[in-house]
Write a protein that binds this ligand. Structure first.
Ligand code: NAP
Length: 287
């Protein structure tokens, strides 16, 4: 039976491209009301038009713009969303990027860590009240199988000692999983479920912001072995919409199935420490 998402409000970050955009298309056909978060107005509005053409007549969609690598903007975005909607049924944290060269945001934080990890943590923190107003709310976090093979180096969390772009990306995706497990544990007495997933190696715009050797290798690899965006948005759509995962929380998925994530991602001490360190870094944005 087709899934009916009429009256469900689903917020998607990174909605202007790739996995976020294609998940939006699929959820629109199921009748969801979408909150599309992008940073590029033209691109995000174009997605809105495509979403509208796939939607049922009663759906209403909204667009919000924010640079999610900046905590001040994440907080402001949450405030704007709160003014414009009464509840959120699904929060899909998805915006992310890979930075080959170290870059520091105008707030003084390393970009991979700020965008890929802090943004998920802070947006979720500020939208919990709206999620609690929904009947069976879900939080879905895009992680990656790239998390395998690294651990959190708390002494080099933001490349303070040395920076390797791929390691920083791997660590940020590990952070997504650690955050999801810890949040699921903290919310176990609520009706909110929290899961993370690997979308597959998907031929999106991912990594295109990097030129040079790595950028070219990635381009070629995507064309040769990656799955397309339609296929690459199957697990995200499943987690945002399927009745099969109703009540399922604290899991990591791949190809719409529960998968065991790395031993490092399942270390309870690491995830509690990461939570504490994150709260300390974000303290002025949490209230
Ligand atoms: N592609 C893969 O093989 C793969 C595999 C595993 C995990 N992932 C994860 O999947 C997620 C989505 O990536 P994708 O593959 O769909 O890549 P993508 O096509 O590059 O899409 C990334 C999305 O994030 C947005 N974004 C980037 N920086 C932002 C910022 N500072 N503020 C706000 N939005 C920002 C982009 O906006 P613009 O349109 O303005 O650039 C775009 O909408 C990421 O978390 C990535 O780590 C991807």
């Amino acid at each position: 039976m087709a899934i009916d998402l009429k009256n469900k409000t689903i917020l998607i970050t990174g909605a202007s491209d790739g996995i976020g955009k294609n998940t939006a298309f699929k959820l629109a056909t199921m009748g969801a009301n979408l909150i599309l978060v992008g940073r590029n107005e033209e691109k995000t509005r174009k997605v809105l038009e495509q979403v509208k053409s796939l939607s049922i007549s009663t759906s209403t969609h909204m667009v919000f713009l924010s640079d999610l690598s900046l905590s001040s903007q994440v907080k402001k975005l949450a405030e704007e969303i709160k003014k414009n909607t009464k509840k959120i049924d699904v929060l899909f944290n998805n915006a992310g990027a890979f930075f080959q060269e170290k870059s520091i945001t105008s707030e003084g934080l390393e970009s991979t860590f700020a965008l890929n990890h802090l943004n998920y943590f802070l947006l979720t923190h500020h939208l919990l009240d709206l999620l609690l107003k929904a009947e069976s709310p879900r939080i879905v976090n895009t992680a990656s199988q790239a998390h395998v093979g690294v651990d959190i180096d708390f002494d080099n969390l933001q490349g303070e000692k040395n920076y390797n772009g791929w390691k920083a990306y791997q660590m940020s995706k590990l952070e997504n999983i650690l955050f999801s497990y810890e949040l699921a544990e903290r919310l176990k007495n609520s009706n909110i479920t929290v899961n993370s997933f690997h979308p597959g190696f998907v031929d999106t715009n991912f990594g295109e912001n990097n030129g040079g050797f790595f950028g070219n290798i990635l381009k070629v690899a995507k064309k040769l072995i990656a799955i397309n965006e339609d296929k690459g948005s199957e697990t995200s759509t499943y987690l945002c919409s399927s009745p099969e995962v109703e009540g399922v929380s604290g899991k990591y998925f791949d190809k719409c199935k529960v998968k065991t994530s790395s031993a490092q991602s399942r270390n309870v001490e690491t995830r509690k420490k990461l939570w504490m360190v994150t709260e300390e870094i974000l303290k002025k944005y949490l209230s």
